[in-house]
Design a protein around this ligand. Structure first.
Ligand SMILES: *Cc1c(COP(=O)(O)O)cnc(C)c1O
Length: 395
């Protein structure tokens, strides 16, 4: 017997739920790629991406996923033999670093912990050792989607400034843009990138990048530039140059719609919605954790992201039976643990097109699964989430 027939809830941290309005916007005949209407969509999206990244810098749209965006950033900035410093805080910054290594870039790593944010003091100390200024850039994520941590990007920049170091700061905001504040110019971020399929409520397949003047000056000397990724080529006057070929026509219509929805809600309100729903999830997990079998991966409250909550299982328990129950019996797909947390954790996404019933429904199904699978847990996790929302979202 199952109770899964009905709308399936996708509660994985990317790709996330695509709004019906976005799907509908994409469902249309192909258009002339040389025509004014599509050219205007491109111009509008590039301009609106600046509002999203909060920058006066240049924006770019790539037909690629996040891994491609990493490669685009590296290709545009570096030469073989250049050195970068990767700030480890889970899976994704390290993976960006591996991409750099494969391109012939020397990669130093500031070792981190899967349960903590990047330590700005450790970064400052590391940069002070680089007396020759060999490190060309610092690579970090804002949110690590595996560990569920949020890094303090302004504090990272302040540590770089305090060390008197001139490296560029490049930030992967794939799991955070559109879900929490990001201030590219104000925070001193030189290059930022994100993907379509997380907070931006789009299918996977597009990535977005922003670069300031400092980054573009470094770009001029980069030896790893290639025709496809190249910023300078993409700034050419012809529409096809923005994409180094045929534009991703239908994805652009979807992007236009998702940006419209985000700006209609208002960025600040979208951030607050994410904060409220994330805290509801954390309250539920905290109560369940009273049973001793599971806990929030990130202990410091200020370091917990508002886009994904990573829950670790204690005592070597595999979360698979629980996740199988949630999807197979109840129709809610909860995220698996990845990287070092594979087989040891699960992840609740509250990223993008998510509202109270989706999040409360997901939490209620997980709690149902804890009962069904027989995992000891504190009772009333969903009630704690309800109490939080009922108090925090006034009538
Ligand atoms: C999802 C994600 C990526 C990878 O994106 P892909 O589209 O899967 O290549 C990179 N960084 C972060 C922080 C992510 O959340």
């Amino acid at each position: 017997m199952t109770v899964r027939h009905g709308r399936e809830f996708l509660s994985i941290p990317g790709p996330t739920t695509v709004p019906d309005e976005v799907l509908a916007a994409m469902h249309r005949p192909a258009v002339d790629i040389y025509g004014a209407p599509l050219t205007a969509v491109t111009a509008g999206c590039l301009a609106d991406l600046k509002k999203l990244f909060r920058t006066r810098g240049q924006t770019y749209i790539y037909i690629t996923n996040g891994h491609g965006a990493w490669e685009a950033s590296l290709s545009n900035l570096f030469s073989r033999g250049d050195r970068v410093l990767v700030l480890e805080s889970g899976l994704f910054a390290a993976a960006w670093g591996r991409s750099a290594e494969a391109l012939g870039i020397k990669v130093d790593t500031l070792p981190g912990d899967w349960r903590r944010a990047v330590d700005p003091a450790a970064l400052e100390a590391r940069l002070r050792q680089d007396k020759a200024g060999e490190i060309k850039a610092v690579l970090t994520v804002q949110v690590d989607t595996a560990s569920g941590v949020v890094n303090d990007v302004p504090a990272i920049r302040k540590a770089m400034t305090a060390a008197g170091h001139g490296a560029l700061l490049a930030v992967d905001a794939i799991a955070s843009l559109g879900t929490m504040p990001f201030e590219m110019d104000e925070w001193g971020v030189d290059v930022a990138l994100t993907g379509s399929q997380k907070g931006l409520m789009m299918p996977p397949g597009l990535s977005f990048m922003a670069a300031n003047d400092k980054a573009k000056a470094v770009h001029q000397r980069a030896g790893l530039r290639t025709p496809y990724w190249d910023w300078t080529a993409r700034e050419g006057p012809e529409h096809y140059q923005k994409y180094a070929g045929t534009p991703p026509v239908h994805m652009l219509f979807g992007l236009r719609q998702s940006l419209d929805m985000l700006f209609e809600e208002g960025l600040e309100r979208a951030f607050e919605r994410h904060r409220l729903l994330a805290e509801a999830a954390r309250r539920a997990v905290t109560v369940w954790g009273e049973g001793g079998a599971l806990e929030l991966n990130i202990h410091a409250p200020a370091e917990r992201s508002n886009s994904v909550t990573t829950v670790v299982m204690n005592g070597g328990r595999d979360p698979k039976p629980l996740l199988d129950y949630c999807s197979g019996k109840c129709g809610v797909v909860v995220g698996i643990g990845i990287g070092a947390l594979n087989g040891k954790a699960f992840r609740i996404a509250h990223m993008g097109h998510v509202n109270a019933p989706m999040l409360l429904g997901t939490l209620a199904v997980i709690e149902t699964g804890l009962v069904a699978v027989g995992i000891p847990h504190g009772k009333g996790g969903v009630q704690a989430a309800i109490d939080w929302l009922g108090k925090s979202v006034p009538a």
